[in-house]
Design a protein. Structure first.
Lengths: 334, 381
C-alpha cells in the first residue's frame, strides 16, 4: 500500500484514574452527607410531628395546659405507661365522625371527577397548542396563585352571595335569583376552582411528551380521530390522570377553608370536624385521633385505587391481547 | 396507473415546499424519492398520506381523487421514520391495529397478524412490547403493521435511517425482495443515494420542491440532465467546456475531448464520474496532471489530480487484487484518460446551485482528508 499513512500504534494507556484528592472513605462520607439531608428533613418534619400527633391521640384528655394527660407516669420511681384507645373507639363508633369521613370522601371524589372532566380538555388543548402559546397558557393557568388563596375564595363569596354578581346578572336577565352561597354547589365550585391547576399540570406534562406521530399512525391505519384518542392518547395519559387525581383528591379530603367559607352548615367534612374538636372543644386527643385516621385513609384510598386500576387494566389488556406486563404500561413510553 | 399527481403545490406560510409537482406511478412499482433534507420529499409523502392538505393540484389513486379525504379514509399506509409503534400495545396488537379499525373478525385478525409476523421473521415476538425489541426488530414490526391492512400503496419515510450501517445494507435487499413478493407499490423516501440506487425501480430526484429527474437508477446516474442530479447521485467532476463541431474544448487546457453522444454548439458543462476516469494513457480524451492527495477507502483509492489550469479532478480506482503499490504517489505526474461514453454533457455553465457536501464514494472508511478534499474540488469549478 506504498505511502498510505500508517500510524505507529500508540503506547498502551492503562493508568487507573484514581482521584488524587478524595479517598474511598471520604467519598462514601460525602455521599452519606448528601443522603442525610433528605432523611433529616423527613424525620424532623414528617416522622416527628406524626409521632407527636399519635402520642396525643393515645393519651387521655385532661383539663389544663396542655389539654391531655402525659403518656408516662412515675409512680414510686417506676414508669407507668398510660395508653388509651378510647379516642379511636369513639371515632369509629360515633356516627358523627363516620359520617364526616364518608362525606369527605364523597366530596373529594366528586370534585376530583369534575376536575378531571374540566382539566383533561384543558391539558389537551394546551399540549396541542402551537409551541409559542403553551407557556403563556400555562402561566394563565397558574396566575391565580399569584394572589392569596383566601382573597380568591372571598372573591367567590362576592360572586355567589344573594346580591352578588351572578344573581344581579340573573335578575337583570329577568330570571329568578338563586341561593348559591353556603350551599354544596358553592363548595364544589370553590374546590374545583382551586384544584383544577393541580389536575392540568401533570396531565399536560404527560400529554406533551406524547409523540404526535403515534396519533398520525393511528389515523393512517384507519382510526378516526375519536378512536385514535380512545386507543392511543387516553391509555398513554393514564399515569397523568392518576397523578392529577391524587394531587386533587388528597388535599380535597382534608379541605377545611373552602367548606367553611362557601359551604353550608350541613357540610360537616372531616376537616371542619377536626377543627371543631381542636379549637372549639379543646379535645386534643380526639382531634389527634381523627388526624391519624385521616392519614391512614389517605394512604389506603390511593393504594386501593391503584390496585383496582391495575387489575382492571390487566383484564382489559387480556381481552384484546396476549398477557402483558402491567407495570410497563405505567412506565413512560421510552 | 395507480397514482397520478398533477400540479401539487404545498406552501408553509411564505415558503413553497412543493412547486406544482407531477408524478405518475404504475402498480407494483418501488419508487424512491431522493433528496436532501428540505427538498420537499417528506412533504410529498405526507400529502399522499393525507397529513398535509395541498394548496393546489390533485392526487388520484386508482382514478379516485384523494384530496379532502382524511388519512383514515385513504387506502394508503405509512411506515414512519420513528416507527411510531404504540408503546402500550404488544407487537401483535400493533400489527392488528389497522385490521381492528376495519372491524375484521377476531380469528381473521389473528391469522393475518401471524402471517405478518412470519413475513418479517418475528414469529414468537407477538406478546412482546415494542420497547423490548431491538431497533431492527422494531423496524420490522413497523413494516408489518403498515402492510397488514393490505394497502394499495405503502409510503416509507426514511425506513432504514435509524439502523446501523451493516443492518441497513442488509435490510435494503430484504425490503426489495419483500416488495417483489407482495407486489405492493412502495414509495420510499431517502436522502441516501446508495440506498436509492440499489433499491429503486425508478428514482425521482427532488430539489427545492421540484422533481428534477425521474428514471431508472441507471438512467439517472448515467444520464443526469442537470448539474444538481449529476452531483447528488454519486460524485462528479464538473468542467466547463465549449462545444465546437461536435467536440468539446476544455478552454483552460486547450484540449479537445470527444463525447459519445452528439451535443449542440455553445458553452456547456462536462461531468465525469471519478470511477470512469483512468490513470494511464488512452486512445482519446487525455489530460495531464499532478497528484495532490490520495484517500484510501478500503475497496477503492481516490486520487486528487490537479490539471495544468488548476482544476482538480478526482479519480477513483477500485482496488482489485493488487495492493495499490503501483498507484502513483502524491506529487507524481500522471496522465488521465476516459472513454467518450464517460462524458456527461450538461447544459449551461451556471454557477453551482448551492454549496453542498460531496457524497464520498465509497462511504466505508473514507478519511477526513477525502471529504475535505471533495469539498474543495466540488466548489472550485
Amino acid at each position: 500500500m506504498g505511502d498510505v499513512p500508517t500510524r505507529s500504534p500508540s503506547p498502551p494507556v492503562l493508568r487507573t484514574s484514581t482521584s488524587p484528592t478524595l479517598r474511598a472513605g471520604e467519598v462514601s462520607f460525602m455521599r452519606a452527607l448528601v443522603l442525610a439531608v433528605p432523611w433529616i428533613w423527613l424525620v424532623a418534619f414528617l416522622l416527628l410531628p406524626t409521632a407527636i400527633v399519635l402520642k396525643i391521640a393515645l393519651s387521655q384528655p385532661a383539663d389544663g395546659v396542655p389539654p391531655f394527660a402525659p403518656l408516662m407516669h412515675w409512680i414510686g420511681g417506676i414508669p407507668h405507661l398510660r395508653v388509651t384507645a378510647d379516642n379511636f373507639k369513639l371515632i369509629l363508633t360515633d356516627p358523627l365522625y363516620r359520617g364526616a369521613f364518608l362525606h369527605s370522601l364523597r366530596v373529594a371524589g366528586l370534585s376530583t371527577l369534575i376536575c378531571l372532566l374540566i382539566g383533561y380538555p384543558m391539558a389537551l388543548a394546551i399540549a396541542r397548542a402551537p409551541e409559542h402559546w403553551r407557556n403563556p397558557l400555562l402561566l394563565a393557568l397558574m396566575l391565580p396563585f399569584w394572589t392569596g388563596f383566601l382573597m380568591r375564595i372571598n372573591a367567590w363569596i362576592g360572586l355567589l352571595q344573594d346580591n352578588g354578581w351572578i344573581n344581579t346578572a340573573l335578575t337583570f336577565c329577568h330570571l329568578a335569583p338563586m341561593r348559591l352561597l353556603y350551599t354544596d354547589t358553592a363548595m364544589y365550585i370553590g374546590i374545583v376552582y382551586t384544584y383544577v391547576p393541580f389536575m392540568v399540570l401533570p396531565l399536560y406534562a404527560r400529554l406533551t411528551r406524547l409523540d404526535p406521530a403515534l396519533l398520525e399512525a393511528a389515523g393512517d391505519l384507519g382510526a378516526p380521530p375519536w378512536r385514535g384518542f380512545l386507543s392511543v392518547t387516553l391509555p398513554l395519559s393514564l399515569p397523568g390522570v392518576w397523578a392529577g387525581s391524587l394531587l386533587v383528591f388528597i388535599p380535597a379530603v382534608g379541605e377545611y377553608v373552602i367548606p367553611e367559607l362557601l359551604g353550608g352548615p350541613q357540610a360537616q367534612l372531616i376537616g371542619r370536624v377536626l377543627w371543631n374538636e381542636f379549637f372549639e372543644n379543646r379535645d386534643w386527643p380526639t382531634a389527634s385521633a381523627l388526624a391519624c385516621m385521616l392519614l391512614v385513609l389517605l394512604l389506603i384510598v390511593p393504594l386501593a385505587t391503584w390496585a383496582l386500576l391495575s387489575v382492571s387494566f390487566r383484564a382489559m389488556k387480556q381481552r384484546s391481547n396476549p398477557p402483558q406486563v402491567v407495570a410497563s404500561s405505567l412506565r413512560s413510553p421510552q | 396507473m395507480l397514482l397520478h399527481i398533477e400540479g401539487l403545490t404545498v406552501r408553509y406560510g411564505t415558503t413553497v415546499a412543493l412547486h406544482g409537482l407531477d408524478l405518475s406511478l404504475e402498480s407494483g412499482e418501488l419508487f424512491v424519492l431522493l433528496g436532501a433534507s428540505g427538498s420537499g420529499k417528506t412533504t410529498l409523502l405526507r400529502s399522499i398520506a393525507g397529513f398535509i392538505q395541498p394548496d393546489a393540484g390533485r392526487i388520484a389513486l386508482d382514478g379516485t381523487e384523494l384530496a379532502g379525504l382524511p388519512p383514515h379514509r385513504r387506502p394508503v399506509n405509512t411506515m414512519f421514520q420513528s416507527y411510531a409503534l404504540f408503546p402500550h400495545m404488544s407487537v401483535a396488537a400493533n400489527i392488528g391495529f389497522g385490521l381492528r379499525q376495519q372491524h375484521r373478525r377476531r380469528a381473521e385478525i389473528a391469522a393475518r397478524v401471524a402471517e405478518m409476523l412470519a413475513l418479517v421473521r418475528l414469529e414468537g415476538f407477538g406478546a412482546r412490547r415494542p420497547h423490548q425489541l431491538s431497533g431492527g426488530q422494531q423496524q420490522r414490526v413497523a413494516l408489518a403493521r403498515a402492510l397488514a391492512p393490505n394497502p394499495r400503496l405503502l409510503l416509507l419515510d426514511e425506513p432504514l435511517s435509524a439502523l446501523d450501517r451493516n443492518l441497513r445494507v442488509e435490510t435494503r435487499g430484504e425490503l426489495v425482495r419483500l416488495q417483489k413478493r407482495l407486489g405492493t407499490s412502495f414509495i420510499l423516501v431517502t436522502h441516501d443515494q446508495q440506498e436509492a440506487l440499489t433499491m429503486a425501480g425508478r428514482i425521482g430526484v427532488m430539489h427545492e420542491g421540484r422533481l428534477l429527474q425521474v428514471g431508472t437508477p441507471a438512467e439517472v446516474y448515467e444520464r443526469p440532465r442537470s448539474r444538481f442530479v449529476a452531483e447528488f447521485l454519486g460524485a462528479a467532476n464538473i468542467l466547463p467546456v465549449e462545444v465546437r463541431d461536435g467536440a468539446l474544448l476544455l478552454p483552460g487546457l486547450g484540449v479537445m475531448v470527444r463525447a459519445a453522444i452528439p451535443v449542440a454548439a455553445g458553452s456547456a458543462l462536462l461531468a465525469l464520474r471519478p470511477e470512469r476516469v483512468r490513470i494511464g494513457n488512452g486512445a482519446v480524451n487525455v489530460v495531464d496532471g499532478v497528484v495532490t492527495e490520495r484517500a484510501y477507502a478500503g475497496e477503492a483509492l481516490t486520487h486528487c489530480v490537479r490539471l495544468a489550469d488548476g482544476t482538480e479532478m478526482r479519480v477513483t480506482q477500485a482496488l482489485h487484487d493488487g495492493l495499490g503499490a503501483d498507484q502513483p504517489a502524491v506529487g507524481a505526474t500522471v496522465t488521465l484518460s476516459w472513454q467518450p461514453e464517460a462524458c456527461i454533457v450538461l447544459p449551461g455553465s451556471k454557477p453551482p446551485v448551492r454549496e453542498r457536501e460531496w457524497p464520498v464514494l465509497p462511504r466505508s472508511g473514507s478519511t477526513d482528508t477525502a471529504e475535505a478534499e471533495g469539498d474543495r474540488v466540488g466548489t472550485r469549478v
